[in-house]
Design a protein around this ligand. Sequence first.
Ligand code: NI
Ligand code: MN
Length: 227
Amino acid sequence: MPKLTYYGHSTCSLETEEGTHIVIDPFFDENPVCDVAVEDVEADFILITHGHFDHIADAIPLAERTGATVVATYEIATFLESKGLTVSPQHIGGGVTYPFGYVKMTPALHGGAVNLPGAEAATTMPAGLLIHFDTGERFHHAGDTALIVDMQLLKGQVDVAMLPIGDRFTMGPSDAVRAIDFIEPKAVIPIHYDTWPPLEQDAEAFKAAVGSRAEVEIMKCGDTYSF
Ligand code: NI
Ligand code: MN
């Protein structure tokens, strides 16, 4: 039963029963809704959905201190490898088996810049993450994305989904409800909202709109959820 710890915005950590820490989209020190410092975070694997600052900002310091393997799209992984990090490149539609389970990159419709010093010329295809844990649980982090019909391919493969609801740069609440109709997860954790004023949303109203489609877990930084 993985234990998810939410750090606000799109950042979370999944701890497996064996004690493996999988950090997704590390954005700690400049994350206005996160009061945990990156230097206090454990990581064995760091999974990155795309190159925007609010998803990759703390990847290098976290990987340097912990020695974690960074899982990212080929373009991001190649750049991080040039910085001396241990990487596992993947790309959309491809999966890799790790000691904790299988990680597949799913399509996301979003911007491709890589916001790290020295990576200004790099672009990549943003991704979502589908994780099938060896212990049986199935998890999806959608990354930053519009509503896309490709999400229908995830139907029947996801127990817990983290979906953006912030609007402006990603799906808003009503499109996230349609995404739930496509994916049919048991539980949904809304992300990528209330980080800054332009992303303000009413998570309780989203939960009401989801209704009986799925459980909605509204989480704050430091909250945990086991599934
Ligand atoms: Ni983004
Ligand atoms: Mn973002």
